[in-house]
Design a protein around this ligand. Structure first.
Ligand code: PMP
Length: 353
């Protein structure tokens, strides 16, 4: 039997305008929408590779790095996480993962799928690891890789990163950091904090559509990739192929996959807005928006989930659901998640918070 034409496609697509304040994508500026409407180009046309080169410059700025391998995985933040695991890990490599929310759990799940020997530092949700705790765990487990999440969006915790890279170098460990929910909203310095691999998402502070995961590997990380004894288990996420397609290896670009052309235009425009505003202004805007949100919430009698302000990421605010309120009815309807990304200006917030 032939499958009939779907009736639901006969009416125009219904997409309401919503103010996005949950732990997903944020509203995109008009400039970013408009960039997506530019004509399609071939994924290896010189005009498109020029746009890719401009994206790389924007990413080097937002990651604060001069690393050569700075590019995007075609996929969302999870693809960045998966790319980190599959490129850095070989079977039986020990990876130490700090777990204080769902992202550490996901990272551990992925690392196990690559047959790594996963060790955990468990912290209660909302808490973070100190340098002392990290150093003791490095000495105990002797990992090849340490994986941390800077902004744990399931709890709103901000993992301090200063000093961790130096510890990792002292113990011969590679440091990989997830900044999907934090990059652009809080200071991050890949090079001066000696972080070997970092990835983020396009749809949070950067305010582009979900679809491309910016990622950077420094020379130490690339050395590990180059000296692997076993092949990288994913062709699509192989950083050596991605680095070539993104023009990071000095060799002629080869077809690896069809890059998400319109999304790359959007990312280019969003990064140019980041650059116009400047990182310091962007970080302080997020900080002051978060301060206003905290005081507004407290004025309403709500208690913030993370009591110590120093442990909160300004990009995601978590609130204790008051006694007697059914958490399933709270926006998002999900047990872990009641967050607010402040990727937009405070004027857009409801109730003038
Ligand atoms: N890491 C963190 C910290 C996140 O907050 C998210 C998404 N909210 C991800 C990874 C996964 O990103 P994505 O949903 O874009 O795949």
């Amino acid at each position: 039997m032939e499958v009939p034409k779907p009736k639901c496609l006969e009416h125009p697509i219904n997409v309401p305008t919503k103010l996005l304040m949950g732990p997903g994508p944020v509203n995109m500026p008009l400039r970013v929408h408009n960039a997506m409407m530019k004509p399609m180009l071939g994924h290896l046309h010189p005009e498109f590779t020029q746009v890719m080169d401009e994206v790389k410059e924007g990413l080097k700025y937002i990651f604060q790095t001069t690393a050569e391998v700075v590019c995007c995985v075609s996929g969302t933040g999870h693809a960045g996480m998966e790319a980190t695991m599959c490129n850095l890990l070989e079977p039986n490599d020990v990876i130490l993962i700090a777990q204080n929310g769902i992202w550490g759990e996901r990272a551990a799940d992925m690392a196990r799928r690559h047959d790594a020997d996963v060790r955990l530092i468990k912290k209660p949700p909302g808490d973070v690891c100190s340098l002392n705790e990290l150093e003791s765990a490095l000495l105990k487990h002797r990992p090849a890789v340490l994986f941390l999440v800077q902004g744990e969006s399931s709890t709103g915790a901000l993992q301090p990163l200063e000093g961790v890279g130096a510890l990792c170098r002292k113990h011969g460990v590679l440091l990989a950091v997830d900044t999907v929910a934090s990059l652009g909203g809080v200071p991050f310095f890949m090079d001066s904090w000696e972080i070997d691999v970092v990835y983020t998402g396009s749809q949070k502070v950067i305010s582009a559509p979900p679809s491309v995961a910016p990622i950077a590997f420094n020379d130490r990380a690339m050395e590990k990739v180059r000296t692997r004894k076993t092949p990288i288990r994913s062709f699509y996420l192989d950083i050596t192929w991605l680095a070539n397609y993104w023009g990071c290896d000095g060799l002629p670009r080869k077809y690896h996959h069809t890059g998400p052309v319109s999304s790359v235009y959007a990312l280019r425009e969003a990064l140019s807005m980041v650059s116009e505003e400047g990182l310091h202004a962007l970080w302080s805007r997020h900080s002051s928006c978060a301060q206003r949100l905290y005081s507004g919430l407290e004025a309403l009698g709500l208690r913030l989930f993370i009591a110590d302000p120093a442990k909160r990421t300004p990009t995601v605010t978590t609130i204790c659901i008051p006694e007697g309120v059914d958490w399933m009815k709270v926006p998002g309807g999900s047990k872990w998640w009641f967050g607010t990304y402040c990727g937009q200006s405070v004027e857009n917030w409801p109730h003038g918070l």
